[in-house]
Write a protein of this length. Structure first.
Length: 343
């Protein structure tokens, strides 16, 4: 039968939203941020990168909001505005071509939160909505053989959540979702700099420090950089040099929580699957996988091979889109929670 609709996989992430279109690959990538007028109209003024530039710099009548927190919808209306904007920007809607969309959710979300994600996507113009657990999408997008009767281990470290899962035969055998990921590392850097140096820095500066000189493990190539903030004693702007070693100390607590979650899941893994994991190792996805030295630290702590996926930031969106391309494969159908609702 002629199918006039186009298919999309969406990674509606806490930090970034990505869209994968069937046959075209990743066609859209923007920060999940909306700047709105701070009055009763709640008029959107900027969405995506333009809005991210405004975080921490807006005048009183404008607020830059990240509508998703810890991987779930914290502000439904703003999420809907954002989704509508993103879907329309990436895909010109018309009567025949409302897209079928697969969206991902962290494995810890409640059914109410899942419903909210589904609803926001229908309202943004989808014809059908399929929901897929984030670690499953990440594993498919990283090219792991999720349909095989063999265990694969995925650790997806995003902005708001870290999902650790063992997958076999198209299903999740064991999993843990932590609300500790990239954002928490940024907050730990802000707190450390404030506590050690009485210097107040913003979340965006902290993220920049983490990306430029941050590391989870001492690999012998430490760096340093100068950061700008406000001195809490004098109230004046100040420049401070910081080193990789300091940032490693600042983020050690959340990094250790991620390592503990990995160990907990390994302990819960059935023996047959554990032996597969010993052979294949652990695959890291999500932006957090790019934290310098994290793969080495996990290898040291678990004694397992650790591989960073080829395009870690894209895996969830790619996996979500690939599911729609493979709806006839039983392993992939198992992975989906299919909603037949049509609007
Ligand atoms: N090179 C890097 N080093 C360390 N962290 C990084 C790097 N690049 C990106 N990140 C972090 O990755 C996070 C974003 O990752 P990603 O886009 O996978 O998250 P998300 O899918 O939006 O979040 P979630 O899955 O929690 O909803 C941010 O916290 C960002 O700071």
């Amino acid at each position: 039968m002629l199918n006039l609709s186009r298919d999309m996989g969406i990674d509606l992430g806490t930090a970034n939203t990505l869209i994968y279109e069937k046959g075209r690959g990743i066609t859209f990538r923007e920060p999940s941020v909306v700047a709105i007028k701070n009055d009763s109209s709640k008029r959107p003024l900027a969405v995506g990168s333009e809005a991210k530039q405004m975080i921490g710099k807006t005048p009183g009548d404008i607020v830059a909001i990240r509508p998703l927190r810890a991987g779930v919808i914290a502000d439904f209306d703003v999420t809907q505005i954002m989704m509508k904007h993103f879907i329309n920007k990436s895909f010109k809607r018309n009567f025949f071509t409302r897209p079928r969309i697969t969206a991902c959710y962290p494995s810890s979300v409640t059914s109410v939160e899942m419903k909210a994600i589904e609803e926001a996507i229908y309202l943004a113009g989808a014809k059908n909505v399929f929901l897929l657990p984030e670690p499953m999408a990440a594993a498919i997008g990283a090219g792991l053989p999720v349909e095989d009767p063999s265990g694969s281990m995925i650790v997806d470290i995003g902005g708001g959540t870290t999902d650790v899962a063992i997958i076999s035969l198209g299903g999740i055998v064991a999993n843990k979702s932590l609300q500790i990921a990239g954002d928490e590392l940024d907050s730990s850097i802000v707190s450390y700099i404030r506590k050690e140096y009485n210097l107040m820095i913003g979340d965006r500066t902290a993220e920049q420090v983490k990306i430029e000189i941050g590391s989870a493990y001492c690999t012998g190539d430490d760096k340093s950089m100068k950061i700008k903030g406000r001195d809490l004693v004098t109230g004046l702007p100040k420049i401070l040099p910081v080193t990789s070693a300091e940032i490693r100390e600042a983020i050690s607590e959340p990094v250790n929580s991620i390592i503990d979650a990995i160990k907990t899941i390994l302990e819960q893994t059935p023996p047959e699957l554990a032996s597969d994991i010993m052979d294949k190792g652990i695959t890291l996805t999500g932006g957090g996988a790019l934290l310098h030295g994290l793969d080495m630290l996990i290898r040291k702590e678990t004694d397992l091979k650790v591989t960073i996926a080829e395009t870690p930031l894209d895996c969830v969106a790619i996996g979500a889109g690939m599911v729609l391309e493979n709806l006839d494969k039983p392993g992939y159908i198992n992975a989906l929670s299919f909603s037949k609702k049509m609007k």
